[in-house]
Design a protein around this ligand. Structure first.
Ligand code: OFO
Length: 172
């Protein structure tokens, strides 16, 4: 049975994961209509992964006797300056999510909920991979600058910058 504070904090993380999904969807749309189909595919995939992250927590809350709550999502940013702007924001957002997961683990330790600490280990590991993928892409973009033909090649090859995926989220 989840303690109230753990349940509340897990539901806050549900909101953050869902917001991440919507943010990446908005970014996917911007890249798709601005001529970056490779980046759009990458971002649509990220949006889908974040949705799975949200549902995995949601169902864990219910499995442990709590109640997963569908939040009201704030609209994400929908206009961006450039591809670089997008991936700078992806990286910053992943740092924010990593901090949020770490804070959540901290709450679970305080509440002596070691089962949820263990559940969250998957997220801790996942964030290492997601931060690293976003940083690799951002570093590459910083090297390329704004030259259009280089950005074309970057967009064509973006999938090759993704690190091999870790364990997939449990089936939902
Ligand atoms: Fe990368 O955010 Fe979900 O966990």
């Amino acid at each position: 049975m989840l303690r109230e504070k753990v349940e509340k904090t897990l539901n806050l993380q549900v909101e953050k994961e869902g917001f991440s999904s919507n943010l990446y969807l908005a970014m996917a749309s911007w890249t798709e209509v601005n001529g970056y189909p490779g980046s759009a595919t990458w971002l649509y995939q990220q949006a889908e992964e974040e949705r799975l992250h949200m549902i995995k927590i949601f169902r864990y809350i219910n499995d442990r006797g709590g109640c997963g709550t569908v939040p009201a999502f704030k609209q994400p940013q929908i206009e961006f300056e450039s591809l670089h702007d997008i991936f700078q924001k992806v990286f910053e957002h992943e740092l924010f999510i990593s901090q949020s997961i770490n804070d959540l683990v901290g709450v679970c330790w305080e509440e002596k909920d070691y089962t949820t600490v263990q559940f969250l280990q998957w997220y801790v590991q996942e964030q290492i991979e997601e931060e690293s993928n976003a940083k690799t892409i951002l570093d590459r973009l910083n090297l390329l600058g704004e030259d259009k033909s280089r950005l074309y090649l970057f967009d064509r090859d973006i999938e090759s910058f993704r690190k091999p995926a870790g364990a997939a989220p449990a089936a939902v």
